[in-house]
Ligand binder design. Structure first.
Ligand SMILES: NC(=O)c1ccc[n+]([C@@H]2O[C@H](COP(=O)([O-])OP(=O)(O)OC[C@H]3O[C@@H](n4cnc5c(N)ncnc54)[C@H](OP(=O)(O)O)[C@@H]3O)[C@@H](O)[C@H]2O)c1
Length: 240
């Protein structure tokens, strides 16, 4: 498959390396231009391009840039991309360390990926947001391995969700249906599914227990947990 990756940081480069090794042709872009990606190209076998070219070439596209930079992407980035090309969003909201406060995410009116979808003007599939980049860079495990890490995939388009599930499985993870994009709050930062490398049975149990409609209490709890996490990261000098 031809895969376009917009964002060449931790997640973009981890995915580029894994996907080229699986035999896919990967086009990768950052904000500074393809000429700054020669080292990454050598390491991963991906072809450096502009964001517009990554979108044009991709039979599947991954957008993996900081959430606050999503509105900087060109408005017409996906104008000529066929409707059946899945667009994966890996975003997470880090208001303290990186993104600043985004009103719709503070109120909970939108999930993080609904906010991204609104800015991109294009349906997205939420995936790979809840696994650390270095865990994604390592080879996964064959299907059937006890304790194999599972990743949730949330989207409104069943066909796109299915295509992304096939990719997740090929990368060595169990693909678990994370519900609709509206329901994707469950895999956001601050909750039990975020970056805990859970196997499928535990992941599904959390999804069931959490329910589908986010309550105000759940929203407040996730925000509070994430604030604590960000404060701890700040205290350790972590910069995003
Ligand atoms: N790091 C993780 O372990 C992890 C895990 C799961 C999910 N996530 C989420 O995935 C997203 C990406 O995270 P990351 O850690 O990979 O970020 P990162 O290491 O900071 O890399 C960000 C990349 O996005 C590019 N970029 C920024 N603005 C752009 C624009 N307008 N057009 C094109 N490219 C642009 C940057 O290019 P330049 O360097 O040229 O500016 C850089 O290559 C974030 O929402 C993050 O929260 C991260």
């Amino acid at each position: 498959m031809k895969i376009g990756i917009i964002g060449a940081g931790h997640i973009g480069s981890a995915l580029a390396g894994r996907l080229t090794r699986l035999g896919h042709t990967v086009y990768i872009a950052n904000s500074r231009g393809p000429e700054t990606l020669t080292d990454l190209a050598q390491k991963t076998g991906a072809t450096p391009v502009t964001a517009a070219e990554a979108a044009r070439h991709g039979e599947l596209i991954v957008v993996t840039i900081p959430l606050k930079n999503i509105p900087d992407l060109p408005r017409d980035l996906f104008a000529n991309v066929a409707a059946d090309v899945p667009v994966i969003d890996t975003s997470n909201y880090y208001p303290l360390l990186r993104d600043g406060q985004i009103p719709e995410l503070e109120t909970g009116d939108l999930t993080e990926s609904e906010w991204v979808q609104q800015h991109l003007g294009r349906p997205v599939v939420k995936a790979f947001n809840n696994i650390l980049a270095d865990h994604l860079a390592a080879p996964g495990q064959p299907a059937g391995t006890p304790g194999r890490v599972a990743l949730p995939i949330a989207a409104d388009d069943a066909a796109a969700k299915q295509q992304v599930s096939v990719l997740v499985e090929a990368l060595g993870f169990d693909a678990v249906d994370g519900g609709s994009l509206r329901e994707s709050w469950r895999q956001q930062p601050g909750g039990p599914i975020y970056c805990n490398d859970l196997p499928a049975d535990q992941l599904r149990a959390h999804l069931t227990r959490l329910g589908t409609t986010r309550t105000e209490a759940q929203h407040a709890e996730y925000l509070a947990n994430q604030a604590k996490q960000e404060q701890a990261m700040a205290a350790q000098g972590v910069k995003l």
